[in-house]
Design a protein around this ligand. Sequence first.
Ligand code: UDP
Ligand code: MG
Length: 193
Amino acid sequence: MIEKTFVLLKPDAVKRGLVGNIISRFERVGLKIVACKFIQPSRELAEKHYPLERREFVEGIGKKTLENYREMGIDPVKEIGVSDPYEIGKIVRGWLIDFIISDPVLAIVLEGPGAVEIVRKLVGHTLPVKADPGTIRGDLSFDSAFFANAKKRPIKNLIHASGNFEEAEYEISLWFTKDEIYNYKRAEEEVMY
Ligand code: UDP
Ligand code: MG
């Protein structure tokens, strides 16, 4: 029941001075910080974080991009040269990797009951323009596919959060060694657990 999940405050969060604001949302909901690292990732690490082999992930970003183009009435072939979701996903993934390694990021492991789902809820929709108020992406960013795709850059949505338990396990072991993850009690565990 007590889960760990991984979040990455992307360069836009760091450069906009939103690190404290974002971390405080996790702390106040009761999640425990068990690991934290400020790092400018290598291309190799970023490639592993967004693995090309995870076909459903790459295709997923491609599908999201295609859907955005359709909503905007843009022909993907004219705009980006391809219309296959996996091929589009590969292109957007490339923009994403270039962005993630462009400046430092803050990698964090959070722990708590149902941590993966709680964090996704606090983070909000992938597109800030569609994210609910009260969520990190909804409160702190207005980015939309319109600007991102037109400029051929990733959506600036401030944060990455593991999508499920398996993704969390993989990402935690990718970014942290075992001895970088701490075990301690938070004050309110007595009341909440
Ligand atoms: N992304 C993008 N354009 C898209 C879909 C995704 O730039 O049309 C970027 C965005 O930064 C997102 C990341 O790719 O956070 C990973 O996509 P995913 O579908 O996993 O969204 P998330 O889990 O971050 O909400
Ligand atoms: Mg994801």
